[in-house]
Write a protein that binds this ligand. Structure first.
Ligand code: S3P
Length: 174
């Protein structure tokens, strides 16, 4: 039986919201990996990117998530930062030891949710590239990787409906 549920997907796909509801229903702990990174660095994600660069962030992200995957014994729902599943080592452990779920969301919804956020350094418009194009380009690279998750849930529905869909998929596994 697997007791870790890992929510995977793009920024704005609803991992934190779904994670919150799902963990409550299942009475599992909720772990938000970005929050843990912020706590460990005592800085916001955008500040970490600005002051130390993406490579530093990715190293920190790998270390913190591996630690959770190896050492957390209590059942938990893990809301994973949008880029973490691209890391091969993390991907291997997540696919082996957890129930992984990709929250597959439309470009339009991601755009709507992220356009007001200034906390997502990878979505800053630059070099004339607008937000929709940035999201589209990231998704093109990431979709084939996200799709390796054990389950895919179309996540453009209401959060409670998305959670119910997830629960029907995982009911025999937890
Ligand atoms: C990132 C997603 C962010 C955060 C960082 C990088 C990404 O997390 O980890 O800004 O590469 O997609 P959310 O998916 O929770 O926004």
């Amino acid at each position: 039986m697997k007791k870790k549920i890992v929510l995977i997907g793009m920024m704005g796909s609803g991992k934190t919201t779904i994670g919150r509801i799902l963990s409550k229903i299942l009475k599992f702990d909720l772990i938000d990996t970005d929050l843990l990174i912020e706590k460990s660095c005592k800085k916001k994600i955008s500040q970490i990117f600005n002051e130390h660069g993406e490579k530093f962030f990715r190293n920190k992200e790998e270390k913190i998530i591996l630690d959770i995957l190896m050492n957390t014994k209590k059942p938990c729902v893990i809301a994973l930062g949008g880029g973490a599943f691209l890391n091969k080592e993390l991907q291997k452990v997540i696919l082996k030891d957890t129930i992984s779920i990709w929250l597959d969301t439309s470009i339009e919804l991601i755009h709507k949710r992220c356009k007001k956020s200034n906390q997502r350094p990878l979505l800053h418009e630059s070099n004339g590239k607008n937000l929709k194009k940035i999201i589209k380009d990231l998704l093109k690279i990431r979709k084939p990787i996200y799709s390796k998750a054990k389950f895919v849930v179309k996540a453009s529905d209401t959060p409670i409906n998305v959670c119910n869909k997830i629960l029907t998929y995982i009911k025999d596994l937890i």
